[in-house]
Write a protein that binds this ligand. Structure first.
Ligand code: GDP
Ligand code: MG
Length: 233
């Protein structure tokens, strides 16, 4: 079995070594692809150094900050060329605890897509400011109503995807970048008939570095998700 964990980074110098080491430590079948947008803090230089000692670490360096959605689309395309069985997507900042990848592996026969979910056992988010928890919680309710997706955590960024299934999705049709990107991918998977499973995770706020979330990303999600019904994935 081959798993490629795709991690987008922008200014994650304080997290990058630890997240790579921790993720690789979860299972022997894991390789990592870091998609870095030429972070001014030199994140990619740290990755290059680590790469010299470990062939399981891959780097896709892009010219500048082009957004999370396109980072994943480019990362998925690059990862698929390596013929993995599964692809995992997650953040670099430890909000997504790598230990949950073990749970994904254990459930791999049951699903094409597994979502690490914050909202199937009440609300399992710690250390986030209350306004962000509320925003995320109600954004999910809203997304569920607009898209009709039977998913409690539509905007979560911690996912396990069967590679054969990812190949069925037209990645060039994916056009959103922030929270909307997560919803759009779920929508595409759902439309293609994926077996989607949610497994509980506890999501913790980052301890190092700063969030790149912005008002634009929130506005994008509010309006864009209405268009998904009319798109072909
Ligand atoms: N390559 C790339 N990574 C990004 C970009 N924006 C955010 N990220 C990364 O995406 C992940 C989630 O971003 P974060 O700022 O933690 O969002 P939050 O958890 O919603 O506050 C982190 O690993 C970031 O470094 C971007 O424009 N390009
Ligand atoms: Mg974060």
């Amino acid at each position: 079995m081959k798993i490629i964990v795709v991690i987008p980074t922008y200014n994650e110098k304080d997290n990058i070594k630890k997240i790579i080491d921790t993720v690789l430590g979860v299972d022997n079948s894991i390789e990592i692809l870091i998609v870095d947008d030429n972070s001014p803090d030199g994140t990619s230089d740290i990755v290059k150094e680590l790469q010299e000692k470990n062939p399981k670490i891959h780097l896709l360096k892009r010219a500048g900050k082009l957004g999370l959605g396109t980072a994943y689309v480019d990362g998925f395309k690059t990862a698929l060329k390596q013929n993995p069985d599964f692809i995992v997507q997650m953040d670099a900042d430890f909000s997504h605890d790598p230990k949950y990848i073990k749970d994904f592996i254990a459930s791999k026969e049951k699903a094409d897509v597994i979502i690490g979910s914050r909202y199937i056992k009440g609300i399992s988010v710690i250390n986030w400011p209350l306004r962000r928890v509320l925003l995320s919680y109600f954004a999910n309710k809203y997304a569920k109503i607009v898209t009709g997706l039977p998913i409690e955590d539509c905007t979560g960024g911690f996912k396990w995807i069967r590679a054969e299934f990812l190949k069925k999705v037209n990645l060039d049709a994916i056009s959103s970048n922030g929270y909307a990107f997560q919803i759009e991918m779920n929508y595409a998977f759902f439309k293609k008939g994926a077996r989607i499973l949610e497994l509980p995770i506890i999501f913790a706020d980052r301890e190092e570095g700063v969030s790149k979330m912005s008002g634009n990303i929130i506005r994008e999600a509010i309006f864009k998700i209405w268009t998904f019904h009319f798109k072909k994935y």
